[in-house]
Design a protein around this ligand. Structure first.
Ligand SMILES: NC(=O)c1ccc[n+]([C@@H]2O[C@H](COP(=O)([O-])OP(=O)(O)OC[C@H]3O[C@@H](n4cnc5c(N)ncnc54)[C@H](O)[C@@H]3O)[C@@H](O)[C@H]2O)c1
Length: 372
């Protein structure tokens, strides 16, 4: 079997989730890994069997990585993505592709110039239950989708992340860090977004780090932490989203979609949940049904599935699903929402979006279609 050699730049907290997923795929092998903190790269190399741990420059100069996973912090995603492409390797980036649309577009332009591919998280829309929801919607299970509701209702990473500062920088915040999942889940169901509007604020202004290493350090907040958003889609649907890190507890649904014939309560947008709820209108009422998917990639963390698909797509010479163009449209929407609140006006989207192909129904855990 042809294999794709994967390199990693950035061996922090999220690296384990990716590598646990990627090691399930026979068409992926681990080449080199690098981090500004050499000991982190060495630890990851030892744990996952990389051929070597090295500096970023050494990784880029080497020929033991065809496709490089960028797991650095958002502020440097663009420069690292550009350096990977410049070195002649494909890139799969953690979200966002850049902290500004302008940056993401530079990355896409560089890939085009070099004839290389760009992929980008989130890949949660590839999870089995999300795939099944889309197939049901496309087969008319709720009629024509009319509206959607989505919520991020948390209190931020202050209490669980060792280094929460970057989450409050431009290019992060609840919108770019978590709203990104809600919008990613929405697009395959509702299609391209045309116009966005939002209001935003910062509620709690005196946050401190609550985890051990940097306990008590003050966090500077440079991005809105509560956004109320309206999205209008080209195909006619509308969504209202509440994206917030000002909420200690909530019983709101994470995401629901409303159609002319029913309602779907979607799986959680970020955790590869295996079940969802479907309400179908019937004469005299209707009923809720809980559906447990029998498709793979649910019930755990499968971060990296989009990259496994990209590696398979390189081998099979077909488009990959978690594409940079898709991430670019998501970023356009997120940036538009933050800008709409700041400038007090609706913002028109400028980027294209095409729905990626659904996974084949017969795909099993550890497989990607087109390689079957
Ligand atoms: N932690 C999570 O639960 C989580 C979940 C989903 C997505 N993400 C995303 O993953 C990315 C990384 O998050 P994390 O939680 O692993 O952060 P982290 O701070 O734990 O790790 C980031 C790593 O990148 C390294 N790094 C930074 N700049 C670099 C550079 N220029 N070259 C080489 N290495 C560099 C750092 O030394 C660090 O080891 C972020 O974009 C984040 O939004 C994180």
């Amino acid at each position: 079997m042809q294999k794709i050699k994967v390199g990693v730049i950035g061996c922090g907290m999220v690296a384990n989730s990716y590598l646990n997923t990627l090691q399930k795929f026979a068409h992926v092998e681990f080449g080199a890994c690098a981090d500004l903190m050499q000991e982190r790269a060495e630890q990851v190399a030892a744990e996952y069997g990389f051929q070597r741990a090295c500096s970023v420059d050494e990784l880029l100069a080497g020929d033991d990585s065809d496709l490089v996973l960028n797991l650095t912090i958002p502020a440097v995603h663009c420069e690292v993505n550009l350096a990977i492409l410049e070195s002649g390797k494909h890139v799969y980036s953690e979200k966002p592709l850049g902290i500004k649309l302008e940056e993401a577009q530079q990355v896409l332009a560089k890939a085009k110039e070099k004839g290389l591919r760009v992929g980008c998280a989130p890949d949660t829309f590839l999870a089995g239950a999300q795939q099944q929801c889309r197939q049901l919607v496309e087969s008319g299970a709720i009629g024509r989708p009319v509206a959607a509701f989505g919520a991020v209702s948390g209190h931020g990473p202050d209490a669980y992340h060792a280094n929460p500062h970057f989450f409050y920088e431009e290019g992060a915040g609840p919108m770019l860090d978590q709203g990104v999942y809600v919008i990613t889940a929405l697009l395959p169901l509702f299609g391209r977004v045309k116009t966005v509007s939002a209001r935003a604020q910062i509620g709690v202004t005196d946050r401190t780090v609550l985890t051990e290493q940097r306990f008590g350090e003050k966090i500077e907040i440079k991005t809105p932490t509560h956004l109320v958003c309206a999205l209008e889609c080209e195909e006619g649907g509308m969504a209202n989203l509440m994206i917030s890190w000002e909420i200690w507890a909530s019983k709101l649904p994470n995401m629901e979609i409303y159609g002319t014939e029913g309602t779907m309560r979607l799986p959680h947008w970020n955790n590869y949940q295996s079940d969802f709820d479907l309400f179908t209108k019937e004469e005299g009422g209707g009923d809720w049904q809980n559906i447990e998917t029998d498709r793979p990639y649910v019930g755990g963390s499968y971060r990296g599935l989009g990259m496994a698909d990209m590696a398979a797509a390189i081998i099979a010479d077909r488009p990959h699903r978690a594409s940079g163009e898709r991430a670019n449209h998501v970023l356009d929407i997120m940036e538009g929402l933050v800008r709409s609140a700041r400038e007090d006006k609706p913002i028109e989207m400028t980027t294209p979006y095409d729905r990626p192909e659904l996974f084949a129904e017969n795909v099993q855990e550890g497989e990607i279609d087109h390689l079957l």
